[in-house]
Design a protein around this ligand. Structure first.
Ligand code: ADP
Length: 204
């Protein structure tokens, strides 16, 4: 893992974090750390972590900070030497953001840049309804979607504010076509000084 740190994608459920992270991985070769994907895989495998997380996933509630912080610490510490990483779904609380600061410091990583994918709620609900039909994700029911949006506002916006206070956050319009959002994201990274990190990923 390089010393330049990476990108934290913020945005409500359905805002396109996973899609944009995947594009960055394909085009720039960054590492993608998506705790939601990890938790769903652990659950499918029936691991102890998956079993602990299942009840939270089903309610659209957050998995406890301690479990998530250990999970992310393991993934980042084990990541191969690299120029950039994308976090998609972590941190989701202020405590997770503060733990991430300490972790990045301890691992000699950083600085990070946060980018919010801004999408209004009616569009989110439309997209999540489509995703439920296409992918059959257990937690894309109307009730859990409502819960996850509420959790995002109450718990995750304070984590974003942490990076805004540090001057390390940007907001971009997440409603356009995938490619347009990608270009806006690249522009936000370049303006925020993260281009060097993602360029190094591209050299591999
Ligand atoms: P989305 O952003 O569409 O809600 P994710 O796949 O990122 O979907 O997350 C799905 C679920 O995984 C969340 O509702 C939550 O239960 C759990 N989860 C993911 N990331 C975290 C986290 N950082 N802290 C606590 N729980 C998390």
């Amino acid at each position: 893992m390089g010393r330049l740190g990476g990108l934290i994608l913020f945005g409500p459920p359905g805002s396109g974090k996973g899609t944009q992270a995947q594009l960055l991985v394909e085009r720039l070769g960054c590492i993608h750390v998506a705790p939601g994907d990890i938790l769903r895989a652990e659950r499918a495998a029936g691991s102890p972590l998956g079993q602990s997380a299942a009840a939270f996933l089903d309610r659209g509630a957050l998995v406890p900070d301690g479990l998530m912080i250990d999970l992310i610490a393991g993934r980042l510490a084990a990541a191969p030497d690299h120029g950039g990483f994308v976090l998609d779904g972590f941190p989701r609380t202020l405590a997770q953001a503060e733990a991430l600061d300490r972790l990045l410091h301890r691992l000699g990583l950083g600085p990070v840049r946060a980018v919010l994918l801004d999408v209004p709620e009616p569009r989110l609900r439309d997209r999540l309804r489509e995703r439920a039909l296409a992918q059959g994700r257990d937690d894309d029911t109307p009730e859990t979607i409502t819960a996850r949006i509420a959790v995002y506002v109450a718990e995750t916006l304070p984590a974003l504010a942490h990076y805004e206070t540090l001057g390390a956050a940007s907001r971009i319009d997440g409603t356009g076509p995938i490619e347009a959002v990608h270009q806006a994201l690249m522009a936000a990274l370049a303006a925020g000084g993260v281009a060097a990190a993602v360029d190094r990923g591209a050299e591999r």
